[in-house]
Design a binder for this molecule. Structure first.
Ligand SMILES: *Cc1c(COP(=O)(O)O)cnc(C)c1O
Length: 397
């Protein structure tokens, strides 16, 4: 199947034909859905199916790919966290499932999370636990967690430990998954791992997680979805939340079928070939930026060791831009180019090659060169980024 990067639907809807060098971003549409998933979704769309049976089939696929005893598909990773946490509170008590999140009498309801893991990926991760009616108990400080911070926090009311794997979290001074899991397991507390955008489908369960949750729409290239995998009793208790709070996180047959197809496509994907194309894109950008005044560009590995490199672009005043100013100019280019700008106040952004349509790497290089070689600079070229929610609050205007 060939993709046309400027497919007519965006024109028809009046949407900008953006190029994504930002990463797998919910705000930019989450993923390029792989052809196998698109096909499965469109095939099942007009058919009746028994959803529990469809999820039984998903269970088999998820278990095979993750090494977990069981698994299912839900709306997204955030939904999966709420469901897994709720499952550790209710077990298979169907009445307790209907009573969540406010009536928690008699249930364990505390979830321990290292403070350096309480991140915002677009929403606060602790809110997923709070949605289930859990109380989040932060362990340690932002810069360090010791074993006793977790061990001594565990008590009768502790339902679970939540461990978050992400570039957003503090990358030093935290307990490793092995350490965190060992402490929780000493006291019989299950460990839920948020591995939303991690490529490693087997490693977290192998290293001590009891339940692991992935986004189906990040590296997997599935439809917007979440994948829950792990210990069968905990997965079952999480799945049963579909009769309760997860009704508000309903997953459709097309999503389940699409996520299953994306998982199976992942098994067969030419990972080495994709890596080579990503490396070639990085080289195109590095070469385009080499020797330009005020610009320093170099390849850096992924912070959580996913098999993915990015180009870090340091932007100094000799370029006539700040990092924020150059990112804004790219976002206003034609076509608009969205860079990875979550650290832009530190004077750099990243170019992420993992969501390109063929040839787009050259469009990005040309836009960079054009902006840096232009005789004049846009008015906001030297802008300093400020936190400002005015644009958010103006929606839908
Ligand atoms: C993206 C992300 C999530 C949310 O995943 P969704 O599937 O979009 O709900 C949760 N945790 C982390 C660390 C993430 O990166």
């Amino acid at each position: 199947m060939t993709y046309r990067p400027n497919e007519p639907i965006r024109q028809r809807l009046g949407l900008r034909p953006i190029i994504n060098v930002s990463g797998t971003m919910t705000a930019l549409g989450a993923s390029i859905i792989v052809p196998e998933a698109i096909e499965a979704m469109s095939e099942i769309a007009s058919q009746w199916v028994e959803m529990d049976d469809l999820q039984r089939k998903a269970n088999t696929v998820v278990a095979r790919l993750t090494g977990g005893e069981a698994g299912f598909i839900t709306a997204c990773c955030a939904a999966g966290i709420s469901m897994a946490v709720a499952g550790t509170m209710t077990g298979t008590n169907l009445l307790a499932i209907e009573r969540l999140p406010d009536d928690i009498e008699g249930l364990k309801n505390e979830v321990i999370v290292q403070l350096g893991h309480i991140v915002n990926y677009g929403a606060p991760v602790d809110q997923s636990a709070r949605l289930a009616g859990a109380t989040v108990v932060p362990a340690g400080t932002v810069s360090i967690t010791q074993d006793y911070h977790v061990r001594e926090a565990i008590r009768d009311r502790t339902a679970a430990g939540l461990y978050v794997v992400t570039h957003h979290s503090v990358q030093y001074g935290m307990l490793s998954l092995e350490e965190f899991a060992a402490i929780c397991h000493e006291k019989g507390v299950p460990v839920i791992v948020d591995a939303a955008s991690e490529y490693d489908l087997t490693g977290f369960l192998a290293r001590g997680a009891d339940v692991v949750i992935y986004s189906g729409h990040k590296f997997l290239g599935g439809p917007t979805s979440g994948i829950v995998a792990g210990r069968k009793d905990l997965v079952r208790a999480a799945y049963l939340q579909n009769r309760g709070l997860a009704r508000a996180m309903k997953v459709g047959k097309e999503t389940v079928a699409g996520a299953m197809a994306a998982l199976e496509a992942w098994e067969k994907r030419d990972h080495a070939g994709i890596r080579r194309r990503e490396e070639a894109a990085l080289e195109v950008w590095r070469a385009a930026l080499a020797g330009r005044p005020g610009i320093d560009a170099y390849v850096i590995p992924d912070p959580t060791n996913n098999p993915l490199d990015r180009l870090q672009v340091d932007v100094g005043p000799d370029s006539g831009y700040t990092a924020a100013g150059l990112a804004a100019a790219l976002a206003s280019a034609s076509p608009p180019i969205m860079v990875r700008n979550h650290e832009v106040e530190r004077g750099h952004f990243f170019l992420d090659p993992c969501n390109l349509h063929p040839g787009e790497e050259h469009t990005v290089a040309e836009a960079l060169v054009a902006l840096l070689e232009a005789p004049t600079r846009p008015a906001n070229a030297m802008m300093v980024p400020r936190k400002n929610s005015a644009a958010l609050l103006a929606w839908p205007d």
